[in-house]
Design a protein around this ligand. Structure first.
Ligand code: THJ
Length: 214
């Protein structure tokens, strides 16, 4: 049962076999008469008649159908499920490293107040989906200018003291980890050598907190 359900094409094959019963017909035909019922040459042996007849039999047609289902439905679904698993569970329990602060660490840091979380998404994304509490919003396009501002200007513009370049609690996040990776590189060029990111981004945060993220 497990094999049948895990292997989508096998399941389709079994279902199609059941519904159309065509192999039963073909096999019965071969067994009883040993002749092909599908070509005009009624005298031809069942499994060795003219190639064009073989091509037009249900078996190749169904193979094509299964192949199409496999490539158009199953493969994309498989990749979707893989990325869903990534966002929903892969980062759980992972330790922080020089680049990443994963979900569990992020939550602990937010609870303990030892994080400067910078959200680099666009304002429209925050308006539509929401924001992690106490994160500082600096859209990626403004990041370099922001990190080059003097302390007082940064604070009056972003409502938060400007992070120090030596701080090891700076964590960027975006929607799914790409822009926040770019943010790390921008910050490092300016001297923030310990900047890291939350790779799961808003997608993982929202998924784990039942928030919108579509
Ligand atoms: O937020 S994202 O750049 O990963 S789509």
């Amino acid at each position: 049962m497990v094999i049948v359900f895990r292997q989508f094409p096998v399941r389709i094959l079994i279902m199609a076999t059941f519904v159309r019963r065509f192999p039963v017909r073909v096999l019965a035909q071969a067994a009883v008469s040993g002749r092909c019922n599908y070509c005009t040459d009624q005298g031809a042996p069942a499994f060795s008649c003219h190639p064009s007849c073989i091509q037009s039999r249900p078996l190749p047609q169904m193979r094509n159908t299964i192949h199409q289902l496999h490539t158009t439905l199953y493969q994309p679904l498989k990749y979707e499920l893989r990325s869903y698993r990534y966002y929903s569970s892969d980062s759980s329990g992972l330790a922080e490293d020089d680049v990443n602060v994963h979900y569990d660490s992020l939550v602990k840091r937010i609870r303990n107040g030892n994080i400067q979380l910078i959200d680099v998404r666009e304002p429209s994304e925050l308006a539509e989906f929401g924001q992690i509490t106490n994160s500082i919003h600096i859209p990626l396009g403004d990041l370099a200018d922001a990190l080059n501002l003097p302390q007082d200007k940064f604070e009056s513009k972003y409502g938060h003291p400007k992070p120090e370049s030596v701080d090891d609690d700076i964590v960027f996040h975006c929607r799914s980890g790409k822009r926040s990776m770019t943010a790390i590189n921008i910050a490092k060029e300016i001297g923030y050598s310990k900047a890291r990111h939350f790779p799961g981004g808003w997608l993982e945060w929202a998924e784990k907190n039942n928030l919108p993220y579509a």
